[in-house]
Design a protein around this ligand. Structure first.
Ligand SMILES: C[S@@+](CC[C@H](N)C(=O)[O-])C[C@H]1O[C@@H](n2cnc3c(N)ncnc32)[C@H](O)[C@@H]1O
Length: 367
């Protein structure tokens, strides 16, 4: 579904967006728009049947994620999960946003009998079907939930899930803060529209220059809900992002919202709605605070390269084929996923321990 500008009017998501615009008086906050664009049943990017994840555009995919790139990702993460299962004396794994099911396959294979139940929570019905096909051979060990149970125990993982949660846009223009939303113009195209707001970024942005950024109430509410439900266990979230001092740096004045389509990146979420992924980087300080305020303890925070190396990736590379090695190296190269991607770990119901993934290079102090 590669929508050209002229085809925008015929985009089936228009009906849904227009109904929402009408209900809200002609203006939708960006997070509401992003939720409709990504998750509207059957039509939103994560709800439609497009390929999404894959190595190359020729597969019809839009981007590649770490578990799609190399099975050594999940095999390495398994060392941290195994360590956390032992320290928390639990036997269940929970995955949020399981995509194609690749990470689940890697973890289930590596952890074997260490895991009793592998529970998947995904907002996307079409991805759930894909996961069910990919994981059929695991039988009843894998189950799918449409919402979180009242209490959970075990180890939670989520790769590139927090970046897929809708964000609010805040724009400082001529010294005034506005919430940036979406409206439809007389020519039928969507455009940005700003409204005065009391909302502010979590830190003061130095300077008087015009500035665009995001805040992440949904990702933070998600972590708080998880904290509320997880009575004993640990959680690891891997994603691209920064601590707040870097996120809200005065020079990062264009925000971090990005779209992915056909392995190209662009900055305009208002065209080809539903045909491309929309993401924002993660504010890991906000995630850490949301977890802590709701009762989780931070186990550690570091970049993905350090985390995977701590988990034994280098030894695994040595026994891999040249081709496997080249792909897995992208997980840790600084200019690929090694530095931009970070890992945050939490624990619940137990004292924090020297978790294997954060043993060297822990940067919790930067949060
Ligand atoms: C960028 S994809 C990542 C998929 C997979 N983890 C991977 O690494 O290939 C984001 C996934 O998060 C899911 N997602 C977004 N918000 C979610 C939420 N609140 N609960 C569960 N899944 C969610 C989406 O449906 C999608 O499967």
């Amino acid at each position: 579904m590669n929508l050209q500008p002229g085809a925008e009017r015929a985009n089936p998501l228009n009906r849904i967006i227009d109904a929402a615009l009408q209900r809200e008086g002609g203006w939708l906050p960006f997070d509401r728009f992003m939720a409709l664009a990504l998750y509207s049943p059957g039509l939103g990017y994560y709800a439609n049947a497009s390929a999404k994840f894959g190595h190359l555009p020729s597969s019809g995919s839009d981007f590649v994620t770490a578990p799609e790139l190399s099975p050594l990702f999940g095999q390495s993460l398994a060392a941290a999960v195994d360590d956390a299962l032992s320290h928390t004396a639990t036997r269940d794994v929970w995955e949020f946003g399981a995509g194609s099911g690749a990470l689940a396959q890697q973890l289930l294979t590596a952890l074997g009998d260490r895991v009793d139940t592998y529970s998947i929570v995904d907002l996307s019905g079409t991805l759930r079907e894909r996961q069910q096909t990919a994981l059929a051979s695991w039988g009843d060990k894998v189950r799918w939930l449409s919402e979180l149970p009242a209490t959970m125990q075990g180890v939670v993982v989520g790769n590139e899930v927090l970046d897929a949660m809708p964000v609010k846009l805040l724009a400082r223009t001529a010294g005034q803060w506005f919430e940036r939303g979406v409206a439809r113009g007389p020519d039928g195209t969507l455009h940005y529209a700003d409204q005065p707001t009391e909302l502010r970024p979590p830190v003061l942005i130095e300077g008087e220059h015009d500035y665009l950024t995001e805040i992440h109430p949904q990702a933070e509410a998600f972590v708080a809900t998880l904290a509320d439900r997880l009575t004993r266990g640990a959680a690891f979230f891997l994603d691209y992002g920064f601590p707040e001092a870097e996120y809200y740096h005065p020079q990062r004045h264009m925000g971090t919202v990005m779209c992915h389509q056909g392995h190209l990146v662009d900055g305009n979420p208002l065209v080809a709605v539903g045909a491309k992924d929309i993401t924002a980087h993660v504010n890991f300080t906000g995630v850490a605070l949301a977890g802590q305020e709701a009762g989780l303890a931070v186990l550690g925070y570091c970049n993905q390269a350090r985390f995977l190396i701590n988990c034994g990736l280098v030894a695994k590379l040595e026994s891999a084929s040249v081709q496997e090695r080249a792909l897995a190296a992208r997980l840790i190269h600084e200019h690929e996923m090694g530095e931009l991607f970070k890992v945050i770990g939490f624990c619940a119901g137990v004292e924090p321990w020297d978790s294997v993934g954060f043993r060297e290079g822990d940067r919790t102090h930067t949060l």
